[in-house]
Ligand binder design. Structure first.
Ligand code: ANZ
Length: 822
């Protein structure tokens, strides 16, 4: 990258560290708690997704989101708000543990070192965090309350032990939650590191997030979040309305299926069980036993994605068993096939090949009957999966699909052979990991029974280990801490730890009240910062990769805390914005192997923090994905230099002196108009988080000012205030040079004066017989005749009126003129 001699533009290397030091010394950003002086202002809580302090330090993607929130925080302070803008560390996690396994360095040491690096980098950007509120999820004073919240879940019956098969990752040596496993063409893989994962039955802690499925879905409507993100959560929760239907087996047991189309019951021609279904053995006829066994074995090696892929050839085996359709007494053959998943619905389906694609394919492959029971609105070829009118369906015939669903469900309920059912795709949350570096569970075991520690026994610290490896037989590392493990009364401690998500599920609460000792947050702090129906964090900014994981888990915990009275708002994050990914200069994702990573330290050293801040915002709209550009940073750097030289001029010795052209002169009218237009635009843009266009407007104002022979001090003063949220170091330094002795952090934000915003010209739409044919710009004061003349004479309008008889002219002042022609 080409270097420009930085001194020539402005001396950021001198004043940036100076202001960072002064802000820290003076506690400029200390946020008063409710009841303290300053807390009577309206509150504003602007939050970043706190980082995992990795060894690599901050990257430009972090800086993008943090710059955006810092601009908002500084702007809101100037708008008279009491702003909560905190930062902390999501510091439990795998990399520190893996590093510990390799080197023997305790994760605590690695974490402390990485946190120090992150903090230095954050401070070097001039971010206005209130460090009095710093939190670290690995601090016992913090995770005491993570454990406490787990106990509340436990007491409410929302935490339970399960032996169901779970995803296990041999490479990572731990189980993973569904949400941490990606379905890839190579089969299921861990989201972290992309290692193969397998299903294994293991004793695990689960959290009953499914109990909150309805509320997690419904309350999305309360949120000002990107629609695409809400849709991802909706799909993840996956609500389906339908019915459960019981088919009688020969041994008087019953087989229950879930269907979203109970109206097609008369069209069911066979039944399918997932290969893992518990009734498979019971329904299998001796002659089919070997085929069934072989098929089940094969299915066990496939992922859900492979199994449900529409394009995959359908496979299956008849069990030789039958069950009876409750609606017409028909005997239907029972098959097993891997396109039916054990983990969804009841793990069994009624197959309606005329109206379900997968069933259709299967029926064709195995020569099973196909019976049409829904007549499509227009004739279609093959399988029709849409809605229509019931046919061949006894008492349902002639009913539209919606009606037929209601009628058949009522019938089944009356007969006791079925019921309406809402089904969710959402599964309970697998909440335990076989790791060292996580929160220990406050749980004891004795004689196969678990019980909770008392609340006053918290925090439960992890044991000090020298060897962090999981044991060779796959046991959690904590099983090695023999002393820690055994209690005098013969009980033993739970050896699993909580997943990394635990700490980030509630950290936004702790920032409001980081030292409170009677609970996760005091009622006063909660009410003030988050409380009530429209409550929650006012603005939350972070990466879209957390669309379902963190954001769903945190919403779940928040609702549990709501139910036990810890919080009073229904949702934790009222408004959420995803910052777009910053690509490398080559338009590729930044990565070590491509060598296109921009190092924040280097770039800050070269251009200063203010230039980096401005540049990150000038790259494009916050939400958009955009490439880095080293040319672009030169541009904003020079812009800041021009702003600087409105106030300061370099003398022979290279010292910056007051600029002789800066003067107490009245501002000329056009410049005043430009100023107020800029105030208005920057204000509106900040309210909409459109930082790039706000910067562009300030550039226009600086250009205009630079052209003036005498720069009116009053205008420069306002410019400095507008710049302050974006380039706070430069603004503070200029502010001081303009003669102020106090930081501008709490100066009032400028107000645009309406009288300077009045436009001198307006654009009039010109229509000919109601069709838009052109636009003309006329003075605001122009009379009707002048507007009409200008409109007729306009070269795009002329061909439409020339030689035509004008019957009538409709004129809407300042807006529109319409020539009605024959
Ligand atoms: C009969 C039927 C007829 C169905 C029809 C659809 C159309 P969603 O929307 O995903 O909830 N199904 C139920 N459990 C299943 C399982 N464990 N594995 C695979 N498929 C399963 O879809 C529900 C539909 O998917 C159910 O409705 C069932 O097929 C199938 F014309 O039942 B349907």
């Amino acid at each position: 990258m080409q270097t420009t001699p930085a001194r020539k533009q402005f001396p950021f290397a001198e004043f940036e560290p100076k202001w960072q030091r002064l802000w820290a010394e003076r506690q400029t950003f200390r946020t008063p708690n409710p009841g303290e002086p300053g807390a009577d202002k309206p509150k504003y809580y602007v939050l970043d997704m706190f980082p995992y302090p990795s060894g690599a330090g901050l990257h430009v993607g972090h800086l993008e989101g943090y710059t955006a929130t810092d601009i908002v925080a500084r702007y809101k302070r100037m708008r008279g708000c009491n702003v909560l803008h905190p930062m902390g560390w999501d510091a439990f996690g795998l990399p520190a543990e893996q590093y510990a396994i390799q080197t023997g360095t305790h994760p605590r040491e690695t974490t402390a070192k990485n946190v120090a690096t992150f903090k230095r980098q954050i401070d070097s950007m001039g971010f206005s965090y209130d460090w009095n509120r710093e939190i670290d999820t690995t601090d016992p004073k913090y995770f005491r309350w993570t454990q406490w919240i787990f106990l509340q879940l436990y007491k409410k019956g929302l935490a339970y032990v399960s032996d169901a098969p779970v995803w296990y990752c041999p490479n990572l040596g731990t189980v993973l939650a569904n949400e941490e496993v990606l379905q890839t063409p190579e089969g299921p893989r861990s989201e972290r590191g992309s290692h193969p994962v397998v299903r294994r039955p293991l004793r695990q802690w689960m959290l009953k997030i499914t109990a909150y499925a309805e509320r997690l879905l419904a309350d999305l409507d309360l949120l000002d979040w990107p629609e695409s993100l809400k849709e991802m959560q909706r799909n993840w929760i996956g609500r389906s309305e339908g019915a459960e239907v019981d088919f009688a087996l020969e041994d008087r047991r019953k087989l229950t299926v879930f269907t979203t189309r109970p109206d097609t019951l008369f069209g069911a021609t066979y039944l399918v069980l997932a290969p893992e279904h518990p009734l498979v053995d019971a329904v299998t006829a001796p002659a089919q036993a070997e085929a069934v066994r072989a098929y089940r074995e094969k299915a066990a090696t496939k992922s859900d994605l492979e199994r449900t892929d529409l394009a995959k050839e359908k496979t299956g085996t008849a069990t030789g068993g039958f069950a009876v359709n409750p609606v017409n007494g028909q005997k239907l053959p029972i098959w097993i096939a891997d396109y039916v998943l054990a983990s969804y619905g009841t793990g069994a389906i009624m197959a309606v090949p005329a109206h379900d694609e997968r069933d259709h394919e299967f029926a064709v492959a195995f020569g099973l009957p196909i019976v049409e029971v829904v007549q499509p609105p227009q004739p279609v070829e093959g399988c029709f999966a849409g809605e229509g009118v019931a046919v061949n369906s006894g008492f349902l015939d002639g009913l539209a699909t919606a009606e037929a669903k209601k009628k058949i469900t009522a019938f089944l309920e009356k007969e006791g052979t079925g019921k309406a059912k809402v089904q969710f795709k959402l599964r309970d949350w697998l909440f335990s990991r076989q790791r060292y570096w996580g929160e220990p569970f406050p749980i004891l075991w004795k004689d196969g029974e678990h019980r909770a520690l008392a609340e006053d026994e918290l925090p439960l610290l992890p044991p000090d280990l020298d060897d962090f490896k999981p044991s060779a037989d796959g046991q959690a590392p904590l099983t090695k801490a023999k002393e820690w493990l055994q209690l005098p009364d013969g009980s033993t401690r739970e050896t699993n730890t909580m997943p990394q998500w635990a700490g980030s599920c509630w950290y936004y609460l702790r920032f409001c009240d980081p030292t409170y000792a009677q609970g996760p947050i005091s009622p006063e702090a909660e009410r003030y910062w988050l409380g009530g129906k429209g409550g929650g964090v006012d603005l939350y900014v972070g990466g879209a990769e957390h669309a379902v994981l963190h954001l769903l888990y945190a919403r779940f915990w928040h609702k549990v805390l709501f139910d036990i009275g810890v919080v009073t708002s229904p949702e934790p994050f009222r408004k959420l914005v995803n910052q777009g990914i910053i690509l490398g200069e080559d338009n590729q994702k930044m990565s070590k192997s491509l060598g296109n990573i921009v190092n924040p330290d280097e770039i800050i050293g070269e251009y200063g923090a203010d230039s980096v801040r401005l540049f990150e915002m000038f790259l494009g709209p916050l939400e958009q994905m955009k490439p880095w550009s080293s040319q672009g940073i030169e541009g904003v750097y020079r812009f800041l230099g021009r702003a600087w030289r409105l106030v300061a001029e370099e003398d022979q010795e290279g010292r910056w002196q007051p600029h002789p052209n800066l003067a107490d002169v009245p501002a000329p009218e056009p410049l005043l108009r430009r100023l107020h237009e800029t105030v208005k635009k920057v204000t509106d843009d900040l309210d909409r988080l459109q930082f790039n266009t706000a910067i562009a407007q300030m550039m226009v104002l600086v250009n205009d000012l630079t052209k003036e022979e005498k720069r009116p001090r009053s205008i420069v003063r306002t410019l400095v205030l507008l710049l302050a949220p974006f380039a706070p170091h430069l603004a503070e330094e200029l502010w001081e040079r303009l003669g102020h002795t106090q930081s501008l952090t709490y100066e009032a934000w400028p107000v645009a004066e309406e009288r300077y915003l009045v436009k001198s010209e307006v654009e009039i739409v010109v229509q000919v017989s109601g069709k838009v044919r052109g636009r003309v710009t006329v003075p605001v004061a122009a009379e009707r005749e002048a507007v009409e003349a200008a409109a007729r004479a306009d070269e795009t309008v002329l061909p439409w009126v020339a030689g035509k008889e004008v019957l009538k002219v409709v004129y809407v002042p300042q807006k529109l003129i319409n020539f009605v022609v024959r």
